[in-house]
Design a protein around this ligand. Structure first.
Ligand code: FAD
Length: 408
């Protein structure tokens, strides 16, 4: 008997990995070949890699997001706005806040969440740069501290202290934006710039692990000149309503009073993974090279919820948009192969196009084409990378609408 039912492909999450998978599938799959459904919490996609700008207030949050339906072909992809609660992978069903959906092939691309490593008080008293809502809240909170400072008879200097936990990629990019934003806030609210403290606290003995030391030196001295104080090799022990407690020497601790604490030192895969009983390490699933979950023929994971080992150093690749997008392309091609009855699937191999870390509007450091870049050249590259990501998902019209053209 011929089975006339079309296979149903469900993609969870409209971030870099999910949208890349959806937009590639809509090009490669005929309407009669499969049904494609894309599920996302919001009706918009946000550029996660730009959230530090929205958090500092240097870029409006509406610049960071766009309607998912602008880039999907709604004739081919059905969009469902819903929150994924659990995946019943033994039954090929997904539980949503608004019902449930069954699938023949599932792609999980639900992104990352903040990892606090069990540090007391961080969840309650620190902010994390995780989505548009969080970014908007951080921006508003910082601005409120500046606005309030001069209204109080007894001045609270901690209102003007911002602690950033973590000197990795996100922490450094956020510090770069803050160093541009703070002079503006000081001007707007008549606050003396010298009263403001921006402190970066990092437990590891270095800034930007994995980056070239010369570039790291450039970044730290640039940010120090802009007023950032680095406390490297200093572990946050606790966050409190008044700031943070850090370790000082063997058994001593020190309190740093701060009205704003932003935790940017760790991410984990989406908690839906663990809730669904899929074997994972900090919410990240070690997928096969064809991007399927071991033992699961119809379950793919891309982006920050997946984990792939870099064989050169025998350590996982850090979660990046670059990897998520490359995975999305392979994942789409592998699903097309499966629905066409082919069993030979492509394997994922990371093509590292370089990494650029922004230090604010027109400063950055990075490597690309086997070369090191700093300053305006690196910043130009960063904007081109941002524009390329838009182009890959939404073509020239999206670049025109959302792209970064402030390059000279
Ligand atoms: P995301 O792009 O985060 O998308 C996940 C999607 O799933 C979102 O749309 C979200 O709303 C949705 N979702 C989540 N939970 C649910 C749910 N329960 N139900 C329904 N929908 C849900 N990487 C780089 O390569 N270069 C950079 O310069 C860079 N800079 C960064 C700067 C910052 C500030 C941050 C935070 C990250 C940066 N990264 C960078 C990392 C990069 O953003 C991530 O690796 C990338 O976003 C991962 O893509 P993804 O598709 O897995 O998840």
């Amino acid at each position: 008997m011929i089975n006339l039912r079309k296979p149903k492909i469900v993609i969870l999450g409209a971030g870099y990995g999910g949208l890349m998978t959806a937009t590639r599938l809509q090009k490669q799959v005929g309407v009669n070949e499969a049904d494609i459904v894309l599920v996302n919490k919001n009706d918009y996609h946000y550029e996660t890699t730009w959230l530090h700008e929205a958090s500092a207030g240097t870029l409006h949050h509406d610049r960071v997001r766009y309607d998912v339906r602008e880039v999907i072909d709604t004739q081919k992809v059905e969009f469902v706005q819903a929150t994924v609660e659990e995946i019943k992978h033994e039954e090929n069903r997904v539980i949503l806040d608004s019902g449930e959906i069954s699938y023949d092939y599932l792609v999980i691309s639900l992104g990352a969440e903040s990892e606090t490593f069990g540090i007391k008080g961080l969840k309650e008293y620190a902010f994390s740069i995780v989505n548009v809502n969080a970014a908007r809240q951080i921006r508003e909170h910082i601005e409120y501290q500046f606005a309030t400072y001069n209204t109080e008879a007894e001045k609270k200097d901690e209102r003007l202290t911002i602690v950033v936990g973590g000197a990795g990629f996100t922490g450094i990019e956020f510090l770069g934006e803050l160093s541009n934003r703070i002079p503006e806030l000081c001007k707007e609210y008549d606050v003396d710039f010298h009263k403001v403290k921006v402190i970066c606290v990092e437990a590891a003995p270095m800034v930007l692990p994995g980056f070239d030391p010369e570039l790291v030196n450039y970044a730290t001295s640039y940010l120090e000149k802009k007023g950032v104080e680095f406390r490297i090799g200093t572990a946050i022990k606790e966050a409190t309503p008044d700031g943070i407690i850090v370790a000082k020497g063997e058994d001593e601790v020190e309190e740093i009073k701060a009205s704003t604490v932003v935790w940017a030192a760790g991410v984990r895969g989406n908690s839906v993974i663990e809730k669904s009983g899929i074997e994972a390490m900090r919410g990240r699933v070690k997928v096969n090279l064809d991007l399927r979950v071991p033992g699961k023929e119809n379950l793919f994971i891309v982006g920050d919820c997946s984990l792939i080992i870099n064989e050169e150093i025998n350590r996982p690749y850090p979660p990046t948009a670059q990897i998520a997008m490359q995975q999305g392309e392979i994942c789409a091609r592998n699903i097309v192969a499966l629905i066409r009855g082919k069993n030979e699937l492509e394997t994922f191999e990371f093509d590292n196009k370089g990494t650029v870390c922004s230090l604010g509007e027109d400063e950055a450091i990075g490597t690309a084409f086997g070369k090191k870049f700093v300053g305006a050249k690196a910043s130009f590259l960063k904007k081109m990378i941002d524009n390329r990501a838009l182009y890959m998902i939404g073509g020239p019209s999206l670049v025109f609408k959302k792209g970064k053209f402030n390059i000279f």
